[in-house]
Design a protein around this ligand. Structure first.
Ligand code: GLY
Length: 345
């Protein structure tokens, strides 16, 4: 379907992506039905909420950085519309030892080469900015344009605006179905689209309450192990995240918790006194080339909005616009066009 007439759109999946798409389509006057047996309890529920395109661009992924920046530019007005504040102040990337600091510098060089702002900091300046960090942290950089948001507040705000039904309604109502089911495509669609379009990459995450949290997101390498500590306004911190390819249901493992706690406490020693609130594991939806799948399939009644891997919260407003624009005008962003991965299927 394309054209400017109001459409009846069914969205499968009420995570941050499905809800953002639903909200945008409703705003533009379309009829929307959102279906999810467990609304807002998938990967978005575990997300740390870093609006951090520069810190997340690990390898040479300029297309991903570009998508992240475009979506980040929409976040201030989108957050305003939802009534959810952003936490500003940048993101610190830090390294504990010399090898870790080399990883930080490599990241900083990549971000700079892609036009991002980076401020170099020695150990003393890192601690002046963030006195909660361990004295042994060798140095780092500040990414002043990378912010954060509380995804659970975002989900609550979206659920207030978008009704969700747990059971599918009568078949045949929708002109278009948008698949926003994250790592688990419904089996009927997986069979049609081909196996392995999205794969689960397990992330384990901890939440704790600290009397001395960092004031901004801190991402670090601790003896080669990546970890992040993202503070919320109320003293809660999110500590993440493991990243593991697997084909089992995502469960919290003792090894995962141990690795996260070890690394986080080495970076921020005051976390030793923090109260552990929650440990959870979810599958992120990974794709073959690390880019999301947002746009048409070969079936004009099926549109994808999935494959956001580590970037669902960041990319939610852009994804909502891309899906709505596609349904109204047929426009497709080449970077996210799902047909590139469907060609051989
Ligand atoms: N975006 C952070 C993560 O997926 O762990």
């Amino acid at each position: 379907m394309s054209g400017t007439d109001a459409a009846r759109v069914e969205i499968l999946g009420a995570g941050v992506i499905g809800l953002a798409v639903a909200d945008e389509l409703r705003r533009r006057g379309h009829e929307v039905r959102v279906v999810d047996p467990a609304p807002a309890r998938g990967a978005s529920w575990a997300a740390a909420g870093m609006l951090s395109p520069a810190a997340e661009v690990w390898h040479d992924e300029p297309a991903l950085l570009d998508l992240g920046r475009r979506s980040q530019a929409s976040w201030p007005s989108w957050g305003d519309r939802l009534g959810v504040p952003l936490t500003r102040g940048g993101t610190l990337l830090v390294g504990l030892d010399a090898d870790d600091l080399r990883d930080v510098k490599r990241q900083a060089t990549l971000v700079r080469s892609l036009g991002g702002r980076v401020e170099d900091l020695d150990g003393a300046r890192v601690r002046a900015l963030e006195p909660t960090l361990a004295g042994r942290v060798l140095g780092g950089v500040l990414l002043p344009d990378d912010h954060s948001v509380d995804p659970r507040r975002v989900l609550a705000a979206l659920l207030d605006r978008v009704p969700v039904q747990r059971d599918p309604g009568p078949a045949g109502w929708a002109e278009v179905t948008v698949l926003a089911t994250g790592a688990s495509l419904p089996s009927a669609y997986a069979a049609r689209l081909g196996p392995g379009l999205v794969r689960g990459v397990r992330g384990e995450v901890l939440r704790a309450r600290s009397d001395d949290p960092p004031t901004r997101p801190v991402r670090g390498w601790v003896r080669g192990r990546p970890v992040y500590v993202v503070p919320r306004a109320d003293g809660e911190v999110v500590i993440g995240a493991t990243s593991e390819e697997h084909d089992q249901p995502p469960v919290v493992t003792l090894g995962g918790v141990h690795r996260l706690l070890d690394a986080a406490r080495e970076l921020v020693p005051g976390l030793d006194r923090a109260e552990l609130l929650e440990a959870l594991a979810r599958d992120r939806p990974g794709t073959a080339n690390g880019l999301p799948l947002v746009g048409p399939t070969h079936d004009p009644r099926v549109v994808l909005a999935t494959g956001h891997f580590r970037h669902g919260v960041l990319l939610a407003p852009l994804t909502a616009e891309l899906v709505a624009d596609h349904l109204e005008s047929g426009r497709v962003d080449p970077a996210t066009d799902p047909r590139r991965l469907l060609e051989d299927r």
